[in-house]
Design a protein around this ligand. Sequence first.
Ligand SMILES: C[S@@+](CC[C@H](N)C(=O)[O-])C[C@H]1O[C@@H](n2cnc3c(N)ncnc32)[C@H](O)[C@@H]1O
Length: 298
Amino acid sequence: MNRFHTPVLLKEVLGFLRVKRGARYIDATLGGGGHSKKILELGGIVLGIDQDEDAIKYVKNQKSKIKNRDNLILALGNFKNINEIAHLKGFDRVSAVLFDLGVSSYQLENPQRGFSYQKEGPLDMRMDRRLGVKAADLLSILTKRELYELFSKLGEEHNAWVISENIVRARGIKPIKTTEDLVLLIGETLGEKGRVSALLRRLIAKRVFQALRIAVNDELNNLKEALPEVYSLLDKKGRLIVISYHSLEDRIVKNTFKNFKLKGMGIIVTKKPVVADMEEIKENKRSKSAKLRVFEKV
Ligand SMILES: C[S@@+](CC[C@H](N)C(=O)[O-])C[C@H]1O[C@@H](n2cnc3c(N)ncnc32)[C@H](O)[C@@H]1O
């Protein structure tokens, strides 16, 4: 177990990567470095990118414990700029690029980051703390309609309209600044709608928080921009491997791969998304929603 984050679908990812000694790989979402460390152990050279300073710092501090650590190059940045970052670090052509999307356990568990409805803290949710807009800012500036669109599209939440109405009403009295403010408000909203089980309340809070996180970090656009960029970095037979945790992300990956295939750019290795087995789900709840897709360049 890694305190920072337990890598998801690790053996499956390694199977698809087919790491060769001395070959180059990009881990576009370094996190706690769980996937990267294994690639290094197998003799690969890795460029690890993350937009969260804490992830880069964590892996830097762990370096003394990492096998073949001299083959690990770290870069703080957004993977939507993957080409620029890769060229700058001398990774012009690589054998594979891995994306393991979403947030790390560290980010979720750290109350100060404001990602979790279960931890009290400021409503921040920025992975890159140089970004200007926090979740609390979205709750104070978006219109009722915009909030509704956000919760219904990104959160796929049926109660999006009443929740948005109550946010707009509540912020007229006092700004919504903390995770607790928002959780209480969601609870009150659902209370007005009659009896809603505690389990459903948690699920709804989770969806609302996830929608805000995706919006704050512009996650879907980052992915849409990054995937086509990656193509030019891949060697012949190079692989693009993506693990997603949200249906909209998975749709972007699936459609991008289909388009690549239609244009004769390569083959889709995974006809259906690969998912975690029961054993992994038992060990690591996070793996339950993971979907892994692989594309191979011609
Ligand atoms: C699920 S974690 C990755 C975990 C990693 N595979 C491991 O095994 O430790 C996702 C990481 O991607 C980073 N991330 C998400 N979107 C990003 C983006 N657009 N650019 C760079 N890093 C991003 C997050 O900050 C987070 O650290």
